[in-house]
Design a protein around this ligand. Structure first.
Ligand SMILES: [Zn+2]
Length: 463
């Protein structure tokens, strides 16, 4: 227990710059593969600032983008948040070479007491952030929407462990649950967050989290599935088939989502879809999505939260994705769990590698790929044939049964090294261990590198 007077002293810096409430900057991120623009939408006052009051500037190591807040008079950096975005993914798709796109985005930050400059940076191929937009704002001006927040739906509290300022505030928002399905939502949320908190490092850190569920009843059950011509009106607008990827669940209605969430303190969001069909998604410091009722739902919940919470990359490389040029050759990815291994001596997780483990670390990739590619073809055929979830799940069990013994038999299984094949590329990118929750659906643990990145992220909110 931290004494109240001590907290006051610790937060003195924060209090000199910020009011303690949350300001939200809404905008549209628009452009093509080759150019990007920010179209300013507005500023909205939200509730209490739930984030850390001591660690206000994220390290520059993570994220495709960075949002900065600078004191307008002195130029001092008072807040910085690393993030990735739907726009950042969209610009790497083939569509972005053909036409303009427009994605709703927002940035939440502690409400400043004085005029500030807002700035957005994008990470270049050299790994360095470069500013592409800035604007000065006066938080005291009449251009900030200060209308009272409208409480939507019901908040179910699953875990309350302390003040929002010193805990990770995890908010699960339901989509596609009717009023009558409240009990199902509570059971689903308990089951899935239960899976998260039985996985390290969340297990040992469970008391550093507050966990809440927001239920705004939907008029009908489920979310839209365009490939089956099934359409639902839902609060958050969650839908399958984002970027024409069958299993990819996103919403493009950021404004509706933020307004719904604004009356609940939160640091991290998971959007839970009441669906039998396999799917999910996760974008760093945006949110994760997951469907509730598939055989691997608990796995997907944990995997996608790894993306959104700590910026972990997918370690798999064979599944179909829409991204065409996410990583250029010779560029070291910023994600903590993937490397181009440009200089093994400077490997970012070098301290976790035993002296006897070679870099790159050999594994039987050719045989694994043979087995996996046959599965990927069956999976694509099943999706194209609009197969049932039971058929898809039988396929997933089959690949697990085939690949689990292969990976477990690897000489360097369970050891940290640099194993070729990661983040959608079979060659040129490396992952830290043979297997991990970010690689296959088999393991129930993260590799040591992912676990450490998650632990470091928790500390950004609680220390
Ligand atoms: Zn990993």
């Amino acid at each position: 227990m931290i004494h109240a007077a001590l907290l006051l002293a610790l937060f003195a810096d924060f209090d000199s710059n910020f009011t303690g409430r949350t300001l939200r900057f809404d905008y549209h991120h628009v452009g093509t593969a080759g150019e990007q623009h920010v179209a300013y939408s507005g500023l909205r006052l939200e509730g209490e600032w739930a984030g850390s009051r001591r660690q206000l500037v994220d390290p520059e190591t993570l994220g495709q983008y960075r949002f900065r807040v600078l004191d307008a008079a002195s130029g001092e950096l008072v807040f910085a948040r690393a993030f990735s975005s739907i726009y950042g993914e969209w610009k790497s798709t083939g569509d972005a070479k053909q036409r303009w796109g427009s994605i709703e985005e927002s940035q939440r930050f502690p409400e400043p007491k004085r005029p500030v400059v807002l700035a957005l940076d994008e990470r270049g191929d050299d790994g360095v952030f470069k500013e592409f937009w800035r604007q000065e704002i006066d938080p005291a001006s009449r251009f900030v929407d200060r209308s009272p927040l409208v409480k939507q739906g019901e908040v179910l509290t699953l875990a309350e462990n302390g003040p929002a300022a010193t805990k990770v505030d995890l908010l699960v928002i339901a989509d596609g649950y009717t009023a009558a399905q409240r009990g199902k939502l509570e059971a689903d949320a308990k089951r899935l967050t239960g899976a998260l908190f039985s996985t390290e490092p969340f297990k040992r850190r469970a008391r550093d989290f507050n966990v809440r569920v927001l239920h705004v009843p939907s008029t009908s059950s489920g979310i839209s599935n365009p490939r089956k011509n099934e359409w639902r009106t839902s609060l958050l607008g969650l839908a399958f088939n984002a970027f024409d990827s069958d299993r990819y669940v996103l919403t493009f209605s950021d404004r509706a989502l933020r307004e719904a969430a604004a009356s609940v303190p939160y640091d991290a969001l998971i959007l839970l879809a009441n669906e039998r069909k396999y799917g999910g998604g996760g974008i760093y410091n945006l949110w994760a999505t997951c469907t509730a009722d598939t055989e691997p739902s608990a796995y997907v919940f944990v995997h996608e939260f790894g993306h959104s919470f700590a910026g972990l990359a997918d370690e798999y490389y064979s599944s179909q994705v829409a991204y065409e040029d996410l990583t250029k050759p010779g560029v070291e990815p910023w994600e903590p769990n993937v490397t181009a291994l440009l200089d093994p001596a400077k490997l970012k997780w070098r301290d976790l590698v035993d002296s006897g483990t070679p870099l790159p670390t050999p594994w039987n990739q050719a045989h694994y790929d043979e087995v996996d590619l046959a599965y990927q073809k069956k999976r694509k055929d099943a999706i194209d044939a609009k197969a049932t979830e039971e058929t898809n799940e039988a396929l997933m069990r089959e690949i697990k049964a085939l690949t689990q013994p292969l990976l477990a038999a690897e000489e360097h299984y369970g050891k940290v090294g640099a194993f070729e094949g990661s983040m959608y590329l079979a060659k040129g990118l490396y992952r830290p261990e043979v297997d991990c929750i970010m690689f296959t659906r088999t393991p129930t643990t993260f590799c040591k590198v992912c676990e450490r990145a998650l632990e470091q992220t928790i500390r950004r909110y609680v220390d």
